[in-house]
Design a protein around this ligand. Structure first.
Ligand code: ADP
Ligand code: MG
Length: 211
């Protein structure tokens, strides 16, 4: 990899995200049992299994890949997280056109379009104790580090996502099922911020060593 990430690299990232969700499935479900309905691990694992089943043969471009991922998540994951993760990927695709390789600035712009789509759909703001608390700081960190290349941008974004995830613990949820608990939602990590951090970490690990 030299300054650009290929479709194959991004396919590897999606596979790594699937593997990470499977490895942490029980933890995601436990977090969702504390402030939700105990299905986030199984929702994400089922959805990503359906996604990975569609990646052989690999899509022709990053844009096609993200479209496939998004459509599959929307159609195979019930609950809030399917449409929201689906929107993230569906909005990323069109920004990339027909390019088969993307650089740090271009992937950052795609991520921004994706996260803006999640905000438009779910109406969550930073601090509402949702996946946005991991995704939004990750995006800002990516942009700040993009000039240093893909590996550095992805490392900074994964670190920021993890800090955002950790910061959800004391928060009172204002969106999604956890908000029904009111003050009792405080004292637990948000499951969606936890899975979103796994996505950024998968990207970091895939791009480690990229220029
Ligand atoms: P459900 O809540 O329908 O059972 P999941 O358990 O799969 O769906 O996903 C729950 C996660 O979805 C939450 O932890 C939160 O991060 C995320 N979420 C819920 N509502 C919203 C929203 N309006 N905007 C952004 N993220 C949300
Ligand atoms: Mg749930």
């Amino acid at each position: 990899m030299s300054g650009a990430v290929s479709t194959d690299d991004l396919v590897a990232c999606i596979r790594a995200f699937r593997d990470a969700v499977h490895a942490r499935k029980d933890e995601l479900t436990r977090l969702d049992s504390e402030i939700g309905d105990a299905d986030h691990g199984s929702n994400m694992a089922r959805g990503l299994d359906a996604v990975v089943a569609k990646l052989d043969p690999a899509p022709a471009s990053p844009s096609d890949l993200f479209k496939t991922v998004g459509m599959t998540l929307v159609s195979s994951v019930g609950g809030a997280s399917g449409p929201l993760y689906g929107t993230l990927f569906l909005r990323m695709g069109p920004t990339l056109g027909v390019e088969t390789e993307v650089d740090a600035a271009t992937l950052g712009a795609a991520l921004r379009a994706g996260v803006e789509g999640v905000v438009a759909r779910g109406k969550a703001e930073l601090g509402d104790k949702t996946m946005i608390d991991a995704l939004s700081p990750a995006l800002d960190a990516w942009d700040a580090a993009a000039a240093e290349g893909l590996a550095e941008a992805a490392r900074a974004a994964a670190d920021a996502a993890a800090r955002g995830r950790d910061a959800t613990e004391p928060l009172v949820a204002r969106k999604g099922r956890a908000s029904y608990l009111g003050e009792r939602s405080a004292g637990h990590l948000d499951p969606g911020a936890t899975s979103a951090t796994l996505l950024l970490e998968a990207l970091r690990d895939t791009l480690a060593g990229a220029a």
